[in-house]
Design a protein around this ligand. Structure first.
Ligand code: ZN
Length: 418
């Protein structure tokens, strides 16, 4: 079963929506939701999932005893985006204007002049004055962050440095702030008297699109890292484990360092793995044995060599689009990969005819990171970092390869099975 990647991208404009869609796909495939605060009674042969903060999910197949070890595949649900600062909303010089703060390391200019929607979660008082939350998705072009005309900024083509506080506020047109609140209430499908708080993000409403002479590329918002979440889900649904317990962790807050209860720098994954062993009537010794026999595949986007900027890559480690999954290495362990974990994965991929490429950053440039090293260290489990190659990572729209995504799904499936 392979859920459609285009639908998954288009319907997941925030980490909350990515999580809701992941849960829906799992539920439709017969997976059962567990509550962290309840007793877990697991039936061998069934699939389960648990969520935190409505923005992260851990799902697994349960087959009884876990001493054969866990096979873990991780990804992240969040992407960089401007987040609305609603208390600063005003009607200013002919338009509703809402300042933003920036979530994660975005490319500021990529948000300019694009028709934008708004998605996330609001907290409000209902008609009975009870506090509630609801997911919101205004999936139409309600906002825009316009450039300043070149006639008013003659230096615009010499590099544009935007001040996020003053120059990136979203303009909504309209006549009053009340129009904006009414739009949120309508999107939440709720009777709302007062909005108490909100976690609302701007997003590009243009759907994911195929690009290229040979239709081989995909242009979409949030490829980093919804492609990995999608591959992990597909991998789990199609995994046929041989004596191992397959688990996927779609974490929130990777883009801001993972230090949240729903992020990778928490006890979340470890606790769920312990509870799976406990549900199988395992002892403390069994949990240690299960951990020692486990391994992890961290999937996050990689940098494809950019034909306009080839000097930005080390030519010996320069992945190309649609030419294989990227295995990421870093001397300072910004990635979890070791020669041992890479070699095992290489052998697995060779057996299943999956092409690989390698990435090492230029030695005179700082390297990005993933949740791979964090999860590997938290669990004491050997890890490996891979991903599909992108252009324009952290732009409002990114570009990836469709063949690479197919390979990623296959890799997740075989890793979770063997
Ligand atoms: Zn990422």
């Amino acid at each position: 079963m392979i859920p459609n990647i285009f639908q998954f991208l288009d319907k997941s404009p925030s980490a909350f929506h990515a999580t809701a869609n992941a849960c829906k796909i799992l539920q439709d495939a017969g997976y059962q939701q567990l509550d962290e605060a309840s007793h877990w009674q697991l039936k061998p042969g069934k699939g389960y999932f648990v969520t935190r903060n409505q923005s992260s999910v851990i799902a697994f197949q349960y087959h009884g005893k876990t001493t054969g070890g866990f096979r873990l595949v991780t990804g992240h649900t969040d992407s960089p985006a401007p987040k609305l600062k609603l208390a600063g909303a005003s009607f200013s010089n002919g338009s509703v204007r809402v300042p933003v703060q920036l979530y994660g390391g975005d490319i500021h200019t990529s948000w300019l002049d694009r028709p934008l929607g708004v998605a996330g979660r609001i907290a409000f008082l209902d008609a009975k004055n009870q506090p509630k939350t609801a997911l919101v998705n205004i999936n139409r072009p309600v906002a825009i962050i316009p450039n300043l005309a070149i006639h008013l900024n003659h230096g615009a083509n010499n590099g544009l440095a935007l001040n996020p506080q003053s120059q990136m506020a979203a303009l909504f047109g309209g006549k009053s702030i009340e129009d904006l609140i009414a739009e949120f209430a309508k999107a939440a499908k709720q009777k709302i008297t007062t909005i108490l708080d909100a976690e609302l993000f701007l997003y590009d409403i243009q759907p994911a699109t195929i690009v290229g002479l040979d239709n081989s590329l995909i242009s979409s918002p949030r490829l980093d890292n919804l492609t990995s979440c999608h591959a992990a889900i597909c991998g789990l649904l199609n995994a046929k484990p041989r004596g191992v317990t397959p688990v996927i962790f779609l974490a929130d807050n990777e883009e801001i360092g993972s230090r949240t209860p729903q992020g990778a720098m928490s006890t979340y994954l470890h606790t769920v793995m312990d509870r799976i062993t406990l549900a199988a009537k395992g002892t403390q010794e069994d949990t240690y044995r299960a951990m020692a026999a486990s391994s992890m595949l961290s999937i996050d986007s990689a940098h494809a060599i950019h034909p306009n900027y080839p000097e930005k890559h080390d030519s010996a480690y320069a992945p190309k689009m649609n030419q294989g999954i990227v295995v990421k290495h870093n001397a300072d362990f910004k990635y979890a990969t070791t020669s041992e974990s890479a070699t095992r994965f290489r052998a697995l991929c060779k057996k299943h005819d999956i092409k690989l490429q390698d990435f090492v950053n230029r030695s005179d440039m700082p390297c990005g990171s993933t949740i791979g090293p964090t999860c590997a260290a938290e669990l004491g489990v050997p890890g490996l970092d891979i991903g599909s190659a992108l252009w324009a990572m952290h732009s409002c729209r990114e570009i990836g390869g469709l063949k690479d995504h197919e390979d990623l799904i296959k890799a997740a499936q075989i890793f979770l099975s063997e």
